[in-house]
Design a protein around this ligand. Structure first.
Ligand code: FES
Length: 125
């Protein structure tokens, strides 16, 4: 099994930070138009950092595993750093993704960017 397959399988079988937050400061939802799969990301902010994060949704193993991995990448990080996460950062963390599945892998990142585009609630930053 390749490192890529191991990472995907691990996060798919044991998803991290799956579920919903109570009163999240930011929410982003993104669907893959090719298949209709959906990822929802919720963020709780404190002192300019991601205090807590959850993902939810339904989709293929790659989109769900990438969502789980992305939550680990951004938990506790400054919002500015989180906003700077690029597609390649996530793809590298996944161990590389075959070209035909790129849209699956970056689905949670697109949800994250939608969430970050929202104005935070008062006191959220
Ligand atoms: Fe739908 Fe992967 S097949 S996100």
């Amino acid at each position: 099994m390749s490192p890529y397959e191991e990472v995907i399988l691990d996060h798919w079988r044991h998803p991290r930070n799956k579920g919903r937050l109570v009163n999240p400061d930011m929410v982003g939802v993104e669907a893959n138009p090719l298949c209709g799969d959906v990822v929802r990301l919720e963020l709780k902010l404190r002192d300019g950092k991601v205090e807590d994060v959850r993902f939810d949704g339904q989709g293929c193993a790659i989109s769900q595993a990438a969502s789980s991995l992305l939550t680990e990448m951004i938990q506790g990080r400054p919002v500015a750093d989180v906003a700077a996460v690029k597609d390649d950062d996530l793809l590298s963390a996944l161990g590389g993704v075959i070209r035909t599945r790129l849209s699956c892998a970056v689905l949670p990142l697109r949800a994250l960017r939608k969430a970050l585009a929202q104005a935070p609630k008062e006191g959220g930053r």
